[in-house]
Design a protein around this ligand. Sequence first.
Ligand SMILES: CC(=O)N[C@H]1[C@@H](OP(=O)(O)OP(=O)(O)OC[C@H]2O[C@@H](n3ccc(=O)[nH]c3=O)[C@H](O)[C@@H]2O)O[C@H](CO)[C@@H](O)[C@@H]1O
Ligand SMILES: C=C(OP(=O)(O)O)C(=O)O
Length: 449
Amino acid sequence: MSKFIVRGGNILSGNVKVSGAKNSVLPIIAASLLGEEGVSVIRDAPPLDDVMTIIKVLESLGATVTYDREVVTVNAQKIANCEAPYEWVRKMRASFLVMGPLLTRTGYTRISLPGGCAIGTRPIDQHLKGFEAMGAEINLGQGFIEAKSNGRLRGAKIYLDVASVGATENIMMAATLAEGTTVIENAAKEPEIVDLANYLNGMGAIVRGAGTGVIRIEGVEKLRGVEHTVIPDRIEAGTFMIAAATTGGNVFVEGAIADHLGPVIAKLEEMGAKVEVHENGVRVIADKPLKAVDVKTLPYPGFPTDMQSQMMALLLVSEGTSVVTETVFENRFMHVEQFALMNAEIKVEGRTSIITGGAKLSGAKVCATDLRAGAALIIAGLVADGTTEVSGTHHIDRGYVNLAEKLSGLGADIWRITVDEKESAAQSERVPVNKKDELPMLKVQPTWA
Ligand SMILES: CC(=O)N[C@H]1[C@@H](OP(=O)(O)OP(=O)(O)OC[C@H]2O[C@@H](n3ccc(=O)[nH]c3=O)[C@H](O)[C@@H]2O)O[C@H](CO)[C@@H](O)[C@@H]1O
Ligand SMILES: C=C(OP(=O)(O)O)C(=O)O
């Protein structure tokens, strides 16, 4: 077990490099199962626990997968097994994305119900509705979902009741090998959908309209492995941008794509921060106190739910009262209780939080209730009085590559400690700022390496 220890008070400055996007690489690795010929080579695959989990899922299905220096190779010419085991699928939501590829390629799949961040009930009805419309028979029982088709899936017109990212991806992948044309209406428009569509097209698929609300897929007979580079992680980039603004800093986020970060940039500017858009990244400068703003999460291109908790950390120390409305997930305010332990004043009414700005945050022992909540608590810790201890680091390791190392490179006073199960014998080792080769306690390697 480990914890992040953050000592507040340092202003962030310098340059930080964004890793490949978790939410792109996971569906892309799942899509590799479609490649009956050749080998896929996926570059900028971040060394995250979630990446290891999806690799384990693919290996359990009979694919040969390697991971070396942020490059994943997948040989899925032979699929030996169509059942994805509970052991891996329970760990994260995205493992359910193997269902579309397996079903369309083999006509049968049985997958455990997926896990992931506990931020809502997270049903999968839209995925299943899509598969059924394409001719699959779905059976549920004992925590598993079984899908089978008699011959090839058939192209269909599918209207999604919610613009679900996962359902759009799963159906899009299933449609690539279906007979005829599939049209997904009210499709999700996230950049990760476009990245997946580009990857599928590289494999020989015919996917048009990704990034808009209507995606058309013409089914083909066969797909092959291809080389692809994953897009930079807009949520990791946004996290550093907000961290910079929270500390009143000046940070260049290398690799951040401004087009993917429209609402985050707009809100930072509305608050009074300067945001410079460069060809190779985005600089955030917060050289005066920032003003409160209201934020409402929405599917892309709206303000991302995955940035809501980090934004809340910034609003806590801004001037005035803010209202944050979470419309995507019904239970994504669990960090509020943790912020309260740091002296924050936030009132929750259903899907709305009212945040009293100008908080004098104080360091406390807090717990990351989910991945982004963990990042938000660390951001709050950067400006809190004294020391903040953030436990629940396994959530953070799912989605951030070397977060403590990257933040300490920007001047933050943050390090990681290992703690025994009872937390009785905490051994801590300070992480020297900017001395990357002296970081024995940090995740310079993924935990699974
Ligand atoms: C691995 C990955 O890419 N995860 C992202 C993905 O999750 P994920 O793909 O799980 O999120 P969805 O877009 O599917 O969920 C959006 C909303 O739709 C609902 N819903 C979804 C599917 C369904 O069949 N029925 C249904 O009602 C969900 O409960 C939620 O309220 O998009 C979310 C929304 O941007 C992000 O927070 C996650 O980081
Ligand atoms: C909610 C998230 O991830 P997942 O869908 O994998 O749980 C996230 O990345 O913030």
